[in-house]
Design a protein around this ligand. Structure first.
Ligand SMILES: [Zn+2]
Length: 431
């Protein structure tokens, strides 16, 4: 064989390699996006991530610590995947992701000092990696939220009125300009709440629990259903919040079942500022049905009293994979103090506001208190998140009230005002 043969062979080899190359790089999963969360990174994969695909180790250097995560059988969606991430440079030196090997994506978080890192699946395709405390401070979080959302003029309550036709547009232009001036002078005053001014338009995610085949709690006659009462209340809350100028989204607006982790995922995807899950309570033993009543508000926290555990067990009861159950405990351990405090404050404002309004019109409104509890539906929410137990569907008076439009309306207005107060206080704190 002469040089002709070897030339042919090398051309053939090159051709083969050319065809093989894309095949060898092709992995079954892809890291599409890395999101800077409240206190952690959220990795978005194109397919469900197997637990065995994640390998983690720590490299301790002299002046820094590197936390390394290798995701096997995974491709990097884009090279600039970590470019836009904003974080406090004093806590984190760098966050980098690269195609470390043909089928392995490597994520490296470099910090000046060691910290208690945690990592866990948020859902099948989302994986969370905890960052050092203060990486994304509350102040920074709200600042970044307002930057992202103050594009264009802020819409107020009255912006929902239908647009005038072209003919009348000219004449109303002057009027609306005058109106806008008046608005600016008084700030974005909220309806029925002269004390509250908000600087921007926030997004509230309302989450009426259960739905579809999952009726939630029932009264002994089974005529009163949690899923119906809370959907009605959620619609009232939505109406009040919209009137106050909020953007409002609902995880369900009709009688439809939605998985727990899809609810918070939706809230994160829609960049909600506040997450409120709405439920109704029930007593386990019917002999106590006449005695137990009241409104309670819960926030996610590892702290658990016997009562909180009982309520959480009731709301968590919809079956989810053991895989997620395991990660619940990991998640609870990684909750930062600041996140718990914010949700706690939101819970206090909403609880206080509901009771205030209801007590003006109804007797025997019982304050069940604000409590920490490990609710699955609140796990993974990237924003202050609470769960309101609007009353006991097993109590003879409360079940009727929970089905009464006037009661629902007043209760809902209380929730809306509580949210507005919480946000107004946060804005004041940030000044
Ligand atoms: Zn419920």
């Amino acid at each position: 064989m002469g040089s002709k043969g070897s030339l042919f062979r090398s051309v053939w080899l090159a051709l083969c390699l050319l065809f093989l190359l894309p095949l060898t790089v092709e992995a079954s999963n892809r890291l599409d996006r890395i999101e800077m969360g409240y206190d952690r990174l959220i990795l978005h994969f194109s397919r469900p991530l197997e637990r065995s695909a994640v390998r983690h180790f720590v490299l301790q250097g002299k002046s820094s610590v590197r936390y390394v995560f290798d995701f096997s059988d995974t491709r990097l969606g884009s090279r600039s995947i970590t470019r836009g991430l904003k974080y406090s440079s004093s806590r984190v030196r760098s966050i980098r992701a690269s195609q470390y090997r043909k089928r392995t994506v490597r994520l490296v978080i470099e910090t000046p000092e060691p910290y208690a890192i945690g990592h866990y699946p948020l859902s099948e395709r989302n994986y969370a990696v905890v960052l050092p405390k203060g990486t994304n401070s509350i102040k920074g979080l709200f600042a970044s939220l307002s930057k992202r959302k103050t594009k264009g003029p802020q819409r107020k309550a009255n912006s929902q009125t239908p647009k005038p036709s072209a003919k009348t547009a000219k004449s109303t232009k002057k009027k609306s300009a005058k109106k806008a001036d008046a608005k600016r002078a008084t700030g974005s005053k909220l309806m029925g709440e002269p004390g509250i001014h908000l600087k921007r338009r926030y997004t509230v995610i309302l989450d009426p629990g259960h739905g579809g085949h999952d009726s939630g709690a029932l009264d002994p006659s089974r005529r009163y259903q949690e899923k119906r009462a809370i959907l009605a209340i959620a619609h009232w809350v939505r109406r009040h919040l919209k009137a106050m100028g909020f953007r409002v989204l609902m995880t369900r607006s009709n009688d439809r079942f939605i998985k727990l982790h899809h609810r918070t995922r939706y809230a994160n995807r829609k960049h909600g500022d506040i997450f409120v899950s709405i439920h109704a309570n029930a007593v386990g033993r019917l002999s106590r049905a006449r005695k137990v009543r009241g409104i309670e508000t819960y926030y996610l926290s590892p702290a658990r009293s016997a009562r909180a555990r009982r309520v959480a067990a009731k709301e968590n009861s919809i079956a989810f994979k053991k895989y997620y159950k395991d990660s619940m405990n990991v998640y609870l351990q990684t909750l930062t103090r600041s996140k718990i405090v914010l949700s706690n404050k939101l819970a206090l404002d909403v609880q206080r506001s509901m009771l205030q309004d209801l007590r003006k019109h109804y007797r025997g409104v019982v304050d069940g208190g604000v409590r920490p509890a490990p609710f699955w539906v609140l796990v993974g929410a990237e924003m202050p998140a609470i769960l309101v137990e609007t009353g006991y569907i097993t109590h003879p008076t409360e079940k009727k009230r929970l089905y009464d439009a006037r009661y629902e309306d007043i209760l809902a207005k209380g929730i809306a005002k509580g949210i507005a107060r919480f946000l107004a206080n946060r804005e004041r704190e940030m000044e």
